[in-house]
Ligand binder design. Structure first.
Ligand SMILES: *[C@@H]1O[C@H](CO)[C@@H](O)[C@H](O)[C@H]1NC(C)=O
Ligand SMILES: *[C@@H]1O[C@H](CO)[C@@H](O)[C@H](O)[C@H]1NC(C)=O
Ligand SMILES: *[C@@H]1O[C@H](CO)[C@@H](O)[C@H](O)[C@H]1NC(C)=O
Length: 297
């Protein structure tokens, strides 16, 4: 084979490997890693140490690398699948007592219940009767704080948070849920950030210290000292799902620049909020010296 044709083959194989649909069923890997990279920069020294001690060996000390883990065990730990989301009965409001349950009606089995559950397990980490695997508690917690900020993780039951709404993202066939988990992030990285995750994280961090700096206090405002404020984050997601994600989308819609450019600011802000709030939750759990501690759940 001549050089030209082997190069040709190389690019052909390369383009197959990058165009394969990425794995994942909630903010794709990229979304979760971005949330945790942003959170990492706000951890206190004490929290950083506590988190590092709980990481599994396989993480090699890299905290963001464990943030997609909960998706990888979703089928092995079948019971954990409903902990990634909330479904509402087709209305644009969410109520814990009505909506936070699994398909068998067991209360608390939703993303808000899970965030409070795993926060509670980590708070009790000094307690010798604590029977939980706290490495897993941490890996679940960091993932679900990401998920609760993805607007379509608080969506309608009938369309499974947009999973059954088939759309075209530019030319590729996909579904609306996947657009928010993965496609918008991929397209944003490609258009604006050199196809580089760290560059996108830096861009979001610049917005946090720039245009959004006035809002950080309100993002961090959590009156609920007895638990996390995950319930409030779910309410926000529900409203964003109705006002942006579902808005003007039908079965078979083609979503292109207009949808992308009007929704991308929302998506970036949700990643930023998730990161800032994850750091807040972890600091409240592991570093009581910052005056934000949570009373036991
Ligand atoms: C709480 O965590 C335990 C251990 O992972 C799990 O068995 C249980 O289903 C969780 N419940 C909720 C609501 O997250
Ligand atoms: C805790 O969970 C992690 C991740 O699933 C696993 O690798 C580890 O072996 C578990 N530890 C114990 C003591 O079971
Ligand atoms: C975020 O940063 C980008 C690039 O610097 C800028 O164009 C955009 O206006 C910023 N957005 C906000 C809300 O500050």
């Amino acid at each position: 084979m001549g050089l030209a044709s082997s190069l040709h083959l190389f690019f052909f194989l390369f383009s197959i490997s990058i165009s394969r649909a990425p794995f994942g069923n909630s903010w794709g890997k990229e979304g979760h890693i971005m949330v945790c990279k942003i959170a990492e920069s706000y951890l206190t020294e004490k929290t950083r140490k506590a988190v590092a001690e709980l990481l599994p060996e396989t993480a090699g000390g890299d905290f963001p690398s464990v943030c997609p883990w909960a998706d990888e065990v979703r089928f092995r730990y079948h019971w954990s699948s409903p902990l990634h989301y909330i479904n509402t009965p087709g209305v644009c409001n969410y109520k814990y007592s009505r909506d936070c349950h699994n398909s068998k009606g067991v209360m608390g089995m939703c993303v808000v219940g899970a965030i409070n559950n795993y926060t509670g397990q980590l708070l009790d980490c000094g307690d010798l009767s604590n029977q939980y695997n706290l490495t897993e508690s941490l890996m679940f917690l960091v993932h679900f704080v990401g998920d609760v900020h993805q607007p379509l993780h608080v969506g309608f039951e009938a369309d499974e948070g947009g999973n059954t709404i088939i759309v075209r993202w530019y030319r590729r066939k996909t579904n609306l849920h996947h657009v928010w988990d993965v496609s918008m992030i991929e397209t944003a990285m490609k258009y604006f950030y050199n196809d580089n995750l760290d560059t996108m994280v830096k861009g979001i961090q610049l917005n946090i210290t720039g245009g959004w700096s006035d809002e950080i206090n309100s993002w961090e405002n959590c009156q609920n000292k007895r638990a996390t404020c995950a319930n409030d984050y779910a309410v926000e997601s529900m409203h964003l799902a109705c006002n942006y994600a579902y808005k003007d989308v039908e079965q078979g819609s083609t979503l292109e620049d207009e949808y992308f450019l009007t929704r991308l600011p929302i998506l970036k802000k949700r990643i930023a909020q998730a990161g800032v709030r994850l750091a807040l939750i972890l600091n409240r759990i592991f570093d009581s010296s910052n005056g934000q501690e949570i009373q036991s759940l």
